[in-house]
Design a protein around this ligand. Structure first.
Ligand code: AMP
Ligand code: MG
Length: 521
């Protein structure tokens, strides 16, 4: 197994003079050298062929015992130089100071055959200087969730970090899942995830909070050089355009979440990628019965700061925190304000693009935005399954009377009473949409195709992932690969996989892991 590494992050940015995992405040450094802590019995549970290809590996590599050892943290390949990154963040709206990679350890920056740079990072690989009071480990259930959702999001076409492998450690990890005084031993695992860089908004916030403008500058230069090369070396204009592009990418990422019904669950600024990638899959969830106020994260149940419908606003708030951190690099705030305005413009474009594609229109007018908002209110009131509804809408024959018949959405309803309440207004809405289509240039075939490519048939519904977790906990990890296989083609009906496109079964309504998740992972 050979991977080419070029560890520019370590070479170009200042490191902590002390190595090893002693917990400490680390000033003036972007990273600390620290080795993964070996585990008892590494075993590969699942791998992603597509992610492997990005770093020049084929799936034959998965079968080598060396693969499980390396991606459990028990061995290093030539060129790997493990480190933990230093960063801070706002958690649930409050500044939390230094956080850092408490259980993530990067192994190196791989140079992929396609010219890409891929930071390879183990999550759950043991203690680092940033582990604070915790153990540096990850449980199998959350590792399965991160592995599956990273790859599913990629196949859904939403910008995301990737996942190469899921390795069982053969060691227990103790967690109090709902912080209610019931700690339990659970199986442990390590995920290897990949991104061009894992730098986050919090990477800049920490040096800014300490008045360390040199490190702030260094981080920006590294990022421009390697990840926004067309903007590097252009001084203030390049910096301004960089921030604006971060704002735009973030807007498009969140629009992707809104399109497929993804709720991140913990949009703290340490979980916001500088590349506009979905990062840090924790207590995330998928909207089933449509509800803009829903959050899967029980740790956030009180304030519901990170509920589905407010994700765009939260993203904007997070960008204002990043702007504040970057302010020392700018002579005045005008370029940062201009960058933030680009978020609003990009969001408007992204939202119109989403509405047009979800409803099957060539263009989205102001009136179409209102039509969509009315539909959202109906989906909420009728407690309709978001994924099933849009998929059925895509397949509706718009030439027939049946097009305005709400019964075609029958299986998308969860509650008979809610269904009865919205049947008449839904019929009316369908009729108005049909009338709108008469003004639209797309023909029926093109419209259906456009909608089918924007409205997935399969998303990794919380309970589907939980079924894979339950099987893995019983010693059968194959459910993970089976679900990944379905998620490889989320926009295509797959014969024999109908059960993966169903609405949530009753057993999953209030079950831990399906509708209730916490930050304990
Ligand atoms: P998260 O909520 O996963 O984004 O984590 C917030 C912070 O807590 C980050 O600095 C993590 O590295 C750290 N953290 C979370 N879980 C652990 C753990 N089991 N061991 C060490 N650090 C952790
Ligand atoms: Mg995090």
């Amino acid at each position: 197994m050979h991977i080419e590494f070029d560890n520019a992050f370590l070479r170009e940015l200042p490191g902590d003079p002390e190595a090893g995992p002693r917990v400490r405040q680390v000033e003036g450094a972007a990273w600390s050298a620290v080795a993964p802590t070996p585990v008892a019995a590494p075993r590969l549970l699942a791998g992603s062929a597509e992610a492997a290809a990005l770093v020049g590996l084929d799936t034959a590599a998965f079968d080598a015992p060396e693969f499980a050892r390396v991606f459990a943290g028990n061995a290093l390949l030539p060129g790997m130089q493990p480190w933990a990154a230093n960063y801070g963040g706002h958690q649930f709206g409050s500044w939390a100071g230094q956080l850092g990679d408490g259980r993530a350890i990067s192994l190196g920056e791989a140079l992929g055959p396609g010219g890409g740079r891929w930071e390879m990072q183990l999550k759950g690989a043991g203690k680092t200087p940033y582990s604070r009071f915790a153990d540096g480990r990850a449980v199998l259930r959350s590792s399965i969730r991160e592995f599956l959702c990273s790859e599913a999001m990629h196949h859904l076409g939403v910008p995301t970090t990737r996942a190469l492998s899921l390795v069982g450690t053969g060691e227990p990890v103790v967690r109090d899942m709902f912080y209610d005084g019931h700690p339990q031993a659970e199986p442990g695992a390590v995920v290897c995830r990949m991104a061009p860089t894992f730098l986050r908004f919090g990477s800049w916030q920490l040096p800014a909070s300490r008045g360390d403008t040199a490190l702030l500058r260094g981080l920006a230069d590294y990022t421009l050089r390697h990840h926004f090369p067309e903007l590097a070396g252009q001084g203030a204009a390049g910096d301004a355009e960089w921030f604006a592009q971060v704002c735009e990418r973030t807007a498009w990422m969140v629009a992707g979440w809104m399109r497929v019904g993804f709720v991140h669950g913990v949009m703290n600024t340490d979980n916001m990628s500088i590349l506009g990638l979905t990062i840090d899959y924790g207590p995330y969830g998928w909207v089933e019965d449509y509800d803009p106020d829903w959050t899967p994260n029980t740790t956030d149940a009180q304030g519901r700061r990170y509920r589905f419908g407010t994700q765009p606003q939260v993203a904007y708030w997070n960008l204002t925190r990043l702007a504040q951190a970057l302010a020392p690099l700018f002579a005045d705030v005008a370029p940062l304000e201009a960058g933030l305005a680009r978020f609003g413009q990009a969001w408007d474009r992204a939202q119109r693009d989403m509405v047009a594609r979800k409803l099957g229109l060539a263009q989205c007018t102001d009136q179409d935005l209102r039509l969509f908002a009315e539909l959202q209110a109906l989906l909420h009131e009728g407690q309709l399954d978001m994924t099933l509804f849009f998929r059925r809408l895509a397949d509706a024959d718009t030439a027939a009377d049946a097009a305005v018949d709400p019964s075609r959405f029958g299986e998308a309803f969860y509650e008979p009473a809610a269904r009865a309440a919205v049947e008449a207004p839904l019929r009316d809405w369908l009729a108005r949409r049909l009338a709108r289509l008469a003004d639209d240039p797309l023909d029926a075939v093109a419209r259906r195709e456009r909608m089918r490519l924007a409205n997935p048939c399969y998303v990794p519904r919380n309970w589907l992932v939980q079924e894979a977790i339950d099987r893995a906990a019983q010693g059968d990890p194959d459910g993970v690969s089976e679900l990944l296989e379905v998620m490889r083609r989320p926009y295509e009906e797959q014969p024999g996989r109908e059960s993966h496109a169903r609405r949530r079964p009753e057993w999953a309504r209030d079950r831990a892991g399906c509708s209730m998740l916490s930050c304990s992972s």
